[in-house]
Design a protein around this ligand. Sequence first.
Ligand SMILES: Cc1ncc(COP(=O)(O)O)c(C=O)c1O
Length: 472
Amino acid sequence: MNQDFSPLLEAARRYLDIDDAPFYMPGHKRGQGIDREFMSIMGENIFRLDLPELPDLEEPIAEAEVLAADAYGSDRAWFLTNGSTCGVQAMLLATCQQEDKILIGRNCHKATIAGLVINGATPVYLPTDYLPEFDLDLGVSPKTLELFLNLHPDAKAVMLVSPNYFGVCGELAKMVAIAHSFNVPLLVDAAHGAHQGFHPDLPISALQAGADLVVQSTHKVAGSLTQSSILHLQGDRIAVEQVDRALQILRSSSPNLLLMISLDVARRQMAVNGKQLLTYTLGLAKAARSQLNQIPKLRTFSQVEVPNLDDTRLTVMTDCLDITGFEADEYLHSQLDVMAEMPTRSQLVFSLSFGNTQADIDRLVSGLQQLSQETNDCWSATADQQSLVSIPKSRLTPREAYFAKCDRISIDNAIGRISAESLCPYPPGIPLVCIGEEITFEVVEMLQAILRSGGVINGASDDSLKTILVVQ
Ligand SMILES: Cc1ncc(COP(=O)(O)O)c(C=O)c1O
C-alpha cells in the first residue's frame, strides 16, 4: 500500500478550501463563533477542521484505518479518540462477559479494572516478576502464564501489559504461543508500544509476537495528538463484529477529527520514516545513558541488564542520592524545567522520542549532574524504597464491588475490609489494591509511604487517604 499517502490530511486540506454554510455541529461553526482570544492563541485552521463525521469524511477515515492496519501488520485497525483506555475496555468487552474468567497481569492499568466493572468478568490476577536491583516490575513470565492457564483452563482470555511504563516488554512471543496452545486469545495493552515494529533494535511489537487484540497509545511515544490511539485485531480467534459491537458501546458518537488526522499522519511518519527516526531516538538514549552512568551515585539500565527492554524509555535510579524519585523530580522541574515522565519512590523515568533534541538530553544530563553534586553520599535506600506488594485477596469481582453498598471509614480501620475503590500510585496508574480486593496492612503502609514521599494516589475518593470507601 502507499504508506506515503495520508487520506485524512488530504481530506482536511480539501476542507480548508470549502466555504460552506455550516448548520451542523460543533456549535462554534468552523471557528466563526469561537472565543476570539482562544482563536488568537490556537490559530484558525484548527477550528475550520474541527468537523463532525461528515459523509465526505467517512471514506478517508476508513482508508486511513486500512493503511494503519497495513503499517502495523494487523488485519483490522480502529482509530480511537478516547485513548487506550477505550481500547483496553473494548478488548475486555469484546472477549468476556459477566461470570467469565480472565487472566490479567497484575501490573495492569486502572483502565483495565474499569473495563472489568463494565463487563462483569472475574479477574484472576497473574503475579509479575520483580528485579530488586532496579526496583523493577518485569511483567508476567511465560512460566507464570502457563501455570495459571493450567489452573484456569476455562479462562476466556489473557490480558497483559507490554511494554510496561519502564519499557519492559517481556517474552511476548512465548506468551502468545502458550495462550494459543490453550486456545485462549491474548490481548495486549501496548499503550506504550506504538513505535515498536519499526526498528530492529526495539523489542518486537505485540502484533509481531502474534497477539490477537492490541491497543497502542499512538500519542504516548509516536507523533499523534493526546488521547488518540489505535486498536488492532489479527487472526480469527476474535471476530471483527465482537470488537465493533464493543466499540459501539464505548466510543463517543462525536469522534474528534483532529485526533484522527493526527493518527493518520503519525502512521505515515512511522511507516515511511520510522526506522530513521527511531535510530536517532535510540542514539540519543544511548548517549544519555552513557553520560548518566558516569555521574557519581546515578545508575541506569538498558537491554544489557534487562532483556526485551525498549531503550527509548530511560529509568534513572535515585536510590543512591539520598532522595526519592519524587524529590529528584521536584528539583529538576522547579530548578531547571527538566520534566520527567514519571517519578517513583526510587526512580525517575524519562520517555524519549524522536521529538527530543540533543539540547534536551544536555539539559537532562547537566540537571542530574547538578542534583548529584547537591545530594549527600550514597546510602542504600533500596530496602526501604522497594515497591513490591503482595497481591491482595479478591473477595468480589470489580463489578460486584462497584455496585455494592459502601461505607466510608477511617483507613486505620480498613484492614480486612473489601475495597470499593482501586487505589493507584499515579503514574503509572497500576492499582496496589483493586476494587473488590481485601485491604491489607501492607497495601495501606505502601500507599501511605508513597503519599508521605510526595507521590499521588489516583482513584482515592479521599485524596488525603485518611478515609476509604469499603463494601458494607
Ligand atoms: C499501560 C497503560 N495502559 C493504558 C493506559 C491508558 O492510555 P490512554 O491514556 O491512552 O487512555 C495507560 C496510560 O498511561 C497505560 O500506562
